[in-house]
Design a protein around this ligand. Structure first.
Ligand SMILES: [Zn+2]
Length: 327
């Protein structure tokens, strides 16, 4: 089991230091800030039979069951598949299970993530449990889209913000996890991950720095017409398509912003600044906005596991990209 992340120490002390635990907490903050990790540690702490000063003991029966992922009072609710909603059937099952256990007494913890994908029906079904709490049940709702949640849900929970660390703290932590990387590599990983050290660590494991360099080089060759869209798409089929789409969507935004401000900072990461700066001279804002929406639409389809062929999708993307500068 992992430790509390250094940028969450104060939040952690605040949570476990409460004289009385709330019935429901809503952990919210940017993706990759470590909300899930903290919720897991908090759940283990709440279930532990003999918690130490600041954490679960790790020794009691409860901690052992938790570690084996078989604690009967640890309930988890999530969508059937990533990108899908949390269905009412799950929430009903949860509510029934809570009521049954509550009758036997004892504590139970529910982790529900991501809270923003609850359907309206599900949220209303959950609301009943939040309004008439069973003694001993603690809900830990997690979201990075706080504004998508019903006000009635939010008002029943203690809201706990989980921000990202500042850049210095993020880099210090990341350097400890990845001692073989130099400062430039760490900085780039953090830039690519939007400042999330956890995501940056994952990117390092997935060799994303090399991938990024290859992709940037590929785009340059495409624009110089040294590679055709189909050839480049063929080279990229093994790469994570959603991440590629993220980058292209980001580049659209970079160009749009730069066209307004003429500020190089708005061109994003250094590796693409020359290419995007050049494109910004020719591209119509309207066409860019259209391409941006096209990318996001495909990205959402992929997240919902729509059967799209990566090579064809990437080829269409690259043909569009060339079209932006009139090829
Ligand atoms: Zn314990």
């Amino acid at each position: 089991m992992v430790d509390i992340l250094p940028w969450q120490q104060d939040i952690w002390q605040g949570l476990i230091g409460r004289t009385q635990h709330a019935h429901a907490y809503l952990l919210h903050g940017p993706a990759g800030s470590g909300k899930r990790q903290m919720a897991e540690l908090f759940a283990r702490f709440l279930l532990c039979k003999q918690p130490q000063a600041a954490q679960a003991c790790g020794q009691c029966r409860s901690c052992k069951l938790y570690a084996a992922d078989s604690h009967p009072d640890m309930l988890r609710v999530e969508p059937e598949e990533p990108g899908k909603g949390i269905l009412i059937a799950y929430v009903r099952e949860l509510v029934a299970s809570i009521q049954q256990t509550a009758q036997q007494g004892g504590r139970q913890v529910v982790i529900l993530e991501p809270a923003e994908v609850m359907t309206l029906e599900s949220a209303n079904a959950l609301l009943k449990s939040l309004e008439e709490p069973s003694a001993g049940t603690v809900f830990l709702l997690i979201t990075h889209q706080l504004s998508f949640l019903l006000p009635t849900i939010k008002s029943r929970c203690v809201l706990q913000a989980c921000p990202l660390p500042d850049l210095a703290q993020a880099k210090t932590w990341l350097a400890q996890q990845l001692p073989s990387l130099d400062d430039t590599q760490l900085t780039k990983l953090l830039q690519l991950s939007g400042g999330s050290p956890l995501k940056a660590q994952q990117f390092a494991e997935d060799n994303v720095l090399q991938m990024r360099a290859d992709v940037v080089e590929g785009v340059k060759q495409l624009l110089k017409r040294q590679l055709a869209p189909a050839q480049l798409a063929g080279q990229w089929t093994k790469l994570p398509t959603v991440l590629l789409l993220d980058w292209f969507a980001q580049w659209c935004q970079n160009i749009l912003r730069y066209q307004l401000t003429q500020n190089t900072v708005d061109l994003g990461l250094q590796d693409m600044q020359p290419v995007l700066g050049h494109m910004a001279k020719f591209v119509q804002a309207e066409q860019l906005t259209e391409t941006h929406s096209w990318i996001l639409e495909r990205r959402n389809k992929l997240l919902r596991r729509a059967p799209l062929r990566a090579d064809l999708l990437l080829e269409s993307l690259l043909v569009r990209w060339m079209g932006l500068i009139g090829f």
